[in-house]
Design a protein around this ligand. Structure first.
Ligand code: ADA
Ligand code: CA
Ligand code: CA
Length: 406
């Protein structure tokens, strides 16, 4: 890390302000300052603050750039703050320096649809030096969203978290050694579910967002009250929050404070420390593309309501519970983690967990784990596949009913 900082300083030379605290998040542009009225065309994630401290709110139309509009003051010591918006709220290309050439090219993508997923495969021309994968809900490349950047030798990719019964279109965009970007054909796939009978598990869908633009998050987005609607954008942590590894101490992408609701969010490929709850809160229609250190954490006591979520590719814990709480989870699809829920190791406060209508697969350890002999857990009307032990540890009560093993 130190090397990188020194290298960056050398490159930037006397432009030292580039390394100083900024009045707008990375990738944002200022549209007005404290006390001024500004306006945005349609639901836009507006940042308010200064010196690397921001609060965010989705706004549309005209608004006053003020604490009153945003509900809290991210940095009371600064009277001059700025309102800023993402540089490229929409458009194609997802951040690449040049747009793709006409479709066709010499790379053909084949697809094979699965349950909530579509697998892509292709062969590469020999003189390739960069690869990206794009997804959309129609075959027009305008509006497609980048879902992966791959190393140049890669020849396959699986898009996950998709809605069964919907058709998706994919492209592989690739750069040859002449420095020019080309695009593959638009390859389509329609995922479908093997909803096996039994229980009352027919309505498990998980999250239903289709990616609708992207947001790069370099300081935690704090939802202090009301509802934050992410508009199905892909929120990806920058290294300022962490790298999504198993290192402790990474920052969350979102904080949900007492009484607040977070909805319609896709967490991108760097999930850092996910979502933290401080007190009671609700999350609805959230997808973790690639769970980071963990996906979510209860930091302060409350009643937590979680619904319509999907999460993939964790390493250890999905849900970390660090404070006494009552937790309800319904309609979830969670695949490939160590465990679904862990009360913080060694703690003996009480948690009460109810999970209903969830599809849980490939847990290397199991579903519920605690060291507290007064905590309770139950799972009902759910589908399990290679999900390990349902109850691990001292639970006062831990039950399951309406379970289908598929
Ligand atoms: C581990 C760690 C705890 C806490 C937790 C978390 O369990 O031992 O101290 O950091 O992870 O919240 O991710
Ligand atoms: Ca941890
Ligand atoms: Ca954590």
């Amino acid at each position: 890390m130190l090397e990188k900082i020194i290298f960056a300083s050398a490159l930037l030379g006397c432009a030292s302000s580039a390394l100083a605290a900024s009045n707008r998040p990375d990738g944002y542009v200022t549209i007005c300052k404290s006390g001024e009225t500004c306006s945005v065309s349609s639901s836009t994630n507006v940042a308010f603050g200064a010196s690397d401290q921001f609060v965010y709110k989705i706004l549309s139309g005209s608004f006053s750039c003020s604490v009153a509009t945003f509900g809290s003051d991210p940095i009371p010591s600064k009277s001059n703050k700025e309102c800023s918006i993402p540089k490229s709220a929409s458009g194609t290309g997802g951040g690449s320096s040049s747009s793709a050439q006409s479709s066709g090219g010499s790379l053909t993508v084949n697809t094979s649809a699965g349950n909530g997923s579509v697998s892509l495969s292709w062969s590469n021309p020999s003189n390739i030096n960069a690869l990206e994968v794009y997804q959309d809900t129609d075959s027009d490349p305008a509006g497609r969203v980048r879902i992966a950047s791959l190393s140049a030798g890669t020849t396959s990719y699986t898009a996950t978290g998709l809605t069964n019964g919907s058709t998706y279109y994919f492209w592989v965009k690739y750069r040859l050694t002449d420095g020019v970007w080309y695009s593959s054909n638009a390859a389509s796939g329609k995922p479908s579910g093997s909803s096996s009978g039994g229980g009352d598990s027919g309505s498990i869908t998980g999250a239903t967002c289709t990616a609708n633009g992207s947001v790069s998050v370099s300081s935690t987005i704090r939802v202090s009250s009301g509802t934050y609607d992410g508009g199905c954008k892909v929120f990806t942590a920058t290294s300022a929050l962490g790298d999504g590894s198993q290192a402790e101490g990474q920052k969350p992408v979102f904080i949900v404070e007492n009484g607040a609701t977070l909805k319609n969010v896709i967490l991108g490929s760097n999930g850092a420390d996910g979502i933290h709850f401080y007190g009671s809160g609700t999350i609805d229609n959230i997808r973790w593309t690639n769970v980071g250190e963990d996906a979510m954490t209860v930091k302060e006591s409350g009643t937590i309501n979680i619904k319509n979520i999907s999460a993939f590719a964790g390493s250890d814990k999905f849900f970390q519970v660090n404070a006494a709480s009552t937790i309800t989870i319904s309609n979830c699809v969670v695949d490939s983690m160590g465990k679904f829920l862990r009360q913080n190791g060694g703690t003996t406060f009480k948690i009460g967990v109810s999970v209903d209508k969830c599809q849980i697969s490939n847990m290397s350890e199991g579903i519920f784990r605690t060291d507290s002999s007064i905590s309770t857990a139950k799972i009902t009307n759910s589908s399990l596949k290679n999900a390990g032990d349902i109850c691990i540890g001292k639970w006062a009560s831990c039950t399951s009913s309406g379970i289908t093993n598929y």
